[in-house]
Design a protein around this ligand. Sequence first.
Ligand SMILES: Cc1ncc(COP(=O)(O)O)c(C=O)c1O
Length: 395
Amino acid sequence: MMNTDYPFLMIPGPTPLPDAVREVMSRPAVGHRSPEFKVIVRRVLDNLKQVFKTQHDVIMYTASATGAIEAALSNTLNPNETLLVLSCGVFSNRWAEMAKTLGIDVQEISVPQGEANTADSLREALNADVTKSIKAVIFVHSETSTGALNDVQTFTRLIREHGALSIVDTVTGLSADAFKFDEWDIDLAISGSQKGFMMQPGLSFLAVGPRALARHREQVKNPGFYFNFDRNIKAQGQDTTAYTPATHLIMALDVSLQMMLNEGIESMNMRHLKLRNMVRAGLRAMGLTLLVEDDNHASPAVTAVLPPNGVSTADIRGILKNRFNIAVADGQAALKNKIFRIGHLGHVYERDVFMTLASLEAVLYELGHPLESGAALKAAQESASIHRVMNAVSA
Ligand SMILES: Cc1ncc(COP(=O)(O)O)c(C=O)c1O
């Protein structure tokens, strides 16, 4: 029988939608300059600050996260100024390409796919820059294409010591892993609605610190129009947006932010860590190899895994989808058809991980991969119970 339900998304975005967030889309139209909508805009902007852990402005754009990254670059850098890009996968590579398109000079430090960037190579590049030609450094918190996790706190400290602006793509990092914009003295940070915010795609968020704002105001000659920091910040200061926003997405964000703050950002971080550890334990118990082997550099949002020898990722993903109605993601670029990625981000809980591991086990069994039946679930259960003990001790 054909399953007509939408597949359950175990991909690293878009992530599953809570009913309360989904239902907002059927509300009547609302005037975007109306007093009632202004109340929502104000609340959403205040709550976004709590998620980024900042007192500074968080600009909300009607654009996907790539738009907000472009805003970060074009508002703070002039053509021919130098941006250092720490590359570790598809998304960091995209920022290098974007900067080049904007006429910015790019210096790049790369690591093999599946590895995180290192503080040593960053320190070395910054120390070598005696003329201070590097004006900003961009890196990805959680590299969604590989599941590698970068050390935001250490990197931003090194960048601060050098004097360049730090730009952090925390599109799949925020809410899954600790992130403290003010305490870590970060200059710019970007996230997107369809990730840890557990809502529909279409909005992006850009936290702007004072040094970034000063550079935008005093040094950047062509900061653009739609994404212009000042235009957007000025409007937001009046509880509105510079241009017609995606009203219903903002109302959905209002609901999702209330859910996030009710759960608590630290609790969200713990939940994602638990899910990550359950997934990793379960996959290892099935005899599978993880692309990011080192747990210390593994993203709490997504896990990339290699298929067993002789088994194709297309078959694994296809059967998971057709038989169990669970979507997991393919690899991207050079990793396409070489890995598959299990997202455990946003509105995802233990039940979903057990369901995915059990279904994956059935798929692999059918595809002839030798495994001990139930081992993955047992490993995941043990991992979850360790978290419960840890939580009880810390409570
Ligand atoms: C780490 C990271 N950065 C940036 C993006 C781009 O976001 P968007 O597709 O919303 O433009 C993504 C999307 O998956 C991502 O995972």
